[in-house]
Design a protein around this ligand. Structure first.
Ligand SMILES: O=P(O)(O)OC[C@H]1O[C@H](OP(=O)(O)OP(=O)(O)O)[C@H](O)[C@@H]1O
Ligand SMILES: O=C(O)c1cc(=O)[nH]c(=O)[nH]1
Length: 200
């Protein structure tokens, strides 16, 4: 089953046009995709890991270190790193205020080729912040691989501005097609959602 179908099946998609969701960027959105649910479904996470591993073998075969973007990217990074027998790190959104004051947990050696694993990209702000931290730590970021992207202009511009390649297993457009073909959302709802997304 496709990842779009799986996300719909496990109830990861929430639509509420009455009360908008607040995203991490502050954007108010009628839709929320909770990819965190994937960890509770072995068959879905297996599909995600396999798709990520295939993408890495095809596009990022020189990668040295898999980096999970905290928090929702961490489990996927761990499973992928394990499958590829590669070192792993994870990157917090900011440095800890106690202990070793680390932003990155795990070891990055100078020149390590790093792939950032993220569960979802809206504006791209979180994954770019993680990629910048990995670069500051001496790594060379090959790209950012996410499960899902809204494909907002904002994120595409942000990635370009920072010079990061970005790939997603699934985009908003494909997901909406799936929702429409299942008859879950009608044509007008799909049109409204696309218009809303295109405003960013
Ligand atoms: O592309 P962006 O605009 O940055 O938005 C996407 C980010 O938002 C969510 O994380 P959240 O901040 O909710 O934290 P979590 O991963 O700890 O759940 C998601 O997991 C991404 O990291
Ligand atoms: O941008 C976000 O914060 C965000 C959007 C979304 O659909 N799902 C999510 O987990 N975070």
């Amino acid at each position: 089953m496709s990842i779009a179908k799986q996300l719909i099946k496990i109830g990861a998609l929430k639509l509420n046009t009455e009360k908008y969701f607040t995203w991490t960027s502050g954007i108010q959105s009628p839709i929320y995709c909770d990819n965190r649910l994937i960890i509770s479904y072995p068959e879905v996470r297996e599909e995600v890991i396999e798709a990520m591993v295939n993408k890495i073998k095809e596009t990022y075969k020189d990668v040295d270190v898999i980096a999970g973007c905290a928090t929702a990217g961490i489990p996927h990074a761990a499973w992928v790193a394990d499958r590829l027998n590669l070192p792993m790190v994870y990157v917090r959104d900011k440095a800890k205020k106690h202990g070793l004051n680390n932003q990155i947990e795990g070891r990055i050696n100078k020149g390590d080729r790093i792939l950032i694993i993220e569960d979802l990209i809206s504006t791209g702000g979180s994954s770019i912040k993680a990629a910048n931290a990995a670069t500051d730590a001496g790594g060379h970021v090959l790209g950012i691989l996410s499960i899902f992207s809204y494909n907002m202009k904002k994120s595409l511009e942000n990635m370009k501005e920072h010079g990061y390649q970005s790939d997603s297993l699934l985009t908003f457009d494909t997901l909406l097609n799936e929702l429409q073909s299942k008859g879950q959302y009608d044509e007008q709802q799909i049109k409204d959602l696309l218009e809303w997304r295109d405003a960013f």
